[in-house]
Design a protein around this ligand. Structure first.
Ligand code: NDP
Length: 304
């Protein structure tokens, strides 16, 4: 079997077009949704993500401001910035780019965001609302994945779903959403015994553990639908050759840039078992950004 693609780029473009139409409707009511992104430090990947979010927001007509601070910003100053954005009635949605520098208490910062302006849906009030099935901004990556499965016609109700990874950002909210969609859900993590065996029970396997090519074909039940959330940059030639044997395009990319992106699934063996699979890049990443735009407009509508 060679898996067909679950087309994250296409579904993300659909969501963005719907959001743009919604922004145009709001403009008719004199409302321009506003997203404020707070970025602390110089982490290159965070800068890439924040720029992508800003460009995407502007492309659909959302007003976006990125507040950039040096990595030695103290926690008090960051909390003061968030207080100011909370109090500013022109701001609809606030996103603090993670990870924050080590000296800052991430939980404290996320809890300081007004839940009504919580673009990522990480505030405990919104997490609780999601778990209880009440309206809330839903964390963008899992929300995008659910949207992908639904729009690509993957049946969820009654299916066995396994989520590998239990982070607050991906794994836990993903499991909550799949449960809400009537899947029978297992969450696996670093202490799970017989991870390959647990994963092989899945009709739908969501992999979010942050290790390049970790999940191989041996973990996948033949015909399963697999979503690879991982984004890992590999720079050693032997890794590129191992993950992409005989792939001249990938090798050329590596030669040009010195690295290439690999998901958490092994791109040489997983497609042989799965019926459908998200590519990396071009799978989950674009959906995450599309759902951020969606959340921003939802928050603007709710607040105004
Ligand atoms: P975290 O590091 O926060 O969590 C990783 C999870 O994987 C943990 O629950 C950990 O278990 C589990 N894990 C780690 N190693 C193993 C192992 N050997 N076996 C089983 N479980 C393991 O990562 P995130 O959830 O933030 O991100 C996961 C991946 O998704 C990363 O590659 C990240 O880059 C990517 N990502 C992609 C996004 C996108 O838009 N495409 C958005 C967000 C993340 P334990 O809890 O026991 O430590």
């Amino acid at each position: 079997m060679t898996a067909s693609i679950l087309d994250g780029k296409r579904v993300a473009a659909e969501i963005r077009a719907e959001v743009a139409a919604d922004v145009a409707r709001l403009a008719g009511e004199g409302i321009t949704p506003d997203l404020d992104v707070v970025l602390v430090g110089e982490d290159p990947a965070s800068h890439v993500y924040v720029n992508a979010k800003a460009n995407a927001a502007r492309s659909v007509g959302i007003r976006e401001t990125t507040h950039r601070y040096p990595r030695d910003l103290d926690q008090g100053a960051l909390l003061a910035t968030i207080d100011r954005l909370n109090a500013d009635s022109s701001v609809d949605a606030i996103l603090v780019q993670l990870p924050l520098p080590k000296h800052i208490d991430t939980a404290r910062v996320l809890e300081s965001i007004d839940p009504a302006k919580d673009a990522d849906g990480f505030h405990p009030v919104n997490v609780g609302r999601l778990v209880q099935g009440k309206p809330a901004p839903v964390p963008c990556t899992p929300a995008g994945i659910l949207e992908l499965l639904v729009r690509e016609g993957v049946e969820i109700a009654g299916k066995r779903a396994v989520v590998v990874g239990r982070s607050d950002i991906v794994g836990k909210p993903m499991a909550t959403l799949l449960l809400k969609a009537d899947a029978t859900v297992t969450i696996a993590h670093s202490k799970t015994r017989d991870l390959p065996g647990v994963c092989r029970e899945a009709d739908i396997l969501i992999v979010a553990l942050g290790r390049a090519g970790f999940v191989t074909g041996e973990y996948v039940k033949p015909g399963a639908v697999v979503v690879d959330v991982g984004i890992n940059r590999v720079s050693r030639r032997e890794d590129v050759e191992r993950f992409f044997p005989g792939d001249a395009v990938r090798l050329a990319e590596w030669e040009k840039k010195g690295s290439t992106l690999v998901g958490d699934c092994d791109p040489s063996s997983v497609p042989e078992q799965a019926s459908r699979l998200t590519p990396v890049p071009g799978g989950v990443g674009p959906l995450t950004i599309a759902r951020l735009l969606f959340n921003t407009v939802q928050l603007a509508r709710a607040r105004r």
